[in-house]
Design a binder for this molecule. Structure first.
Ligand SMILES: Cc1cc2nc3c(=O)[nH]c(=O)nc-3n(C[C@H](O)[C@H](O)[C@H](O)COP(=O)(O)O)c2cc1C
Length: 233
């Protein structure tokens, strides 16, 4: 296959990659999801963006690529400031909201950053930046920002891959999961051990980790969700 492509290139028949093909191929590069926010003339602006990249550690810098048609990008060009809000795995709704138009800030928990930018209070991390350079690239403007303030919490990020939101699975968690499944299948671990569901919860167990029982009435209401038994998935 690659031999054919090279042959075509050598013959000077290289065709231009169209935007749909490029989108499809580059979509295989998994990323996180951010919401870029800025306030300009007392008006908040915000847009969902995945084209965000760390650039330099000394000084701390990052870059954001925004379509020239983005009203948020135009506000950043004027305000010379912006904030990057890194979304957590439960924030796909916020990502969709800020990818739309209209009043995106209604219903969001917004806090004021140290450097004065509107920040998403429930984001996994917030970084406030000052624009130090603006570069044009095709349909987009690349904003190079020096990071002046940054805070981060614990939790997993929202992931984006081939046009879909998802969860990041850490290798160590994946390996632990496979190890447990292998041990259950080899009967090293008992399946459906009743003693496990009747024992008292340990002091270190979080409520979510405790065994739950589900009565038919609560099942009908959907008020408690029993975890799947081992081997059912
Ligand atoms: C997951 C996701 C990632 C996106 N990433 C970018 C991006 O990196 N740059 C960009 O210009 N638009 C991106 N968009 C599209 C913008 O969010 C969208 O065009 C938005 O309506 C722009 O809003 P604004 O004009 O109010 O700034 C993305 C959308 C989604 C759903």
């Amino acid at each position: 296959m690659s031999v054919d492509t090279k042959t075509a290139e050598a013959a000077g028949e290289r065709r231009r990659l169209d935007s749909n093909e490029f989108r499809d191929i580059i979509g295989r590069f998994a990323s996180g999801v951010t919401v870029i926010t800025v306030e300009h003339e007392e008006q908040p602006y915000g847009t969902t963006a995945s084209a965000v990249c760390s650039l330099s550690l000394e000084p701390p810098m990052l870059l954001v690529c925004l379509n020239k048609s983005s009203s948020t990008g135009q506000a950043i060009a004027a305000a010379r400031r912006f904030a990057v809000n890194i979304l957590g795995e439960g924030q796909a709704d916020a990502a969709m909201c800020f990818a739309g138009k209209g009043d995106k800030f209604a219903g969001q928990r917004i806090v004021r950053g140290v450097a004065g930018q509107p920040l998403l209070g429930d984001a996994l991390a917030n970084l406030e930046c000052r624009v130090v350079e603006e570069v044009s690239g095709g349909t987009h403007t690349v904003f190079l920002g020096e990071v002046e303030e940054a805070t981060g919490g614990h939790g997993a990020p929202l992931a984006y891959f081939r046009g879909q939101f998802g969860r990041l699975e850490l290798k160590q968690d994946d390996e632990a999961h496979h190890d447990i499944r292998a041990r259950v299948h080899s009967r090293e671990l008992p399946v459906g051990d009743r003693s496990a569901s009747t024992r008292s919860p340990r002091s270190w167990e979080s409520p979510a980790a405790r065994p739950t029982t589900r009565s038919p009435s609560s099942a009908a209401r959907g008020s408690s969700r029993a975890p799947p038994t081992a081997g059912s998935s």
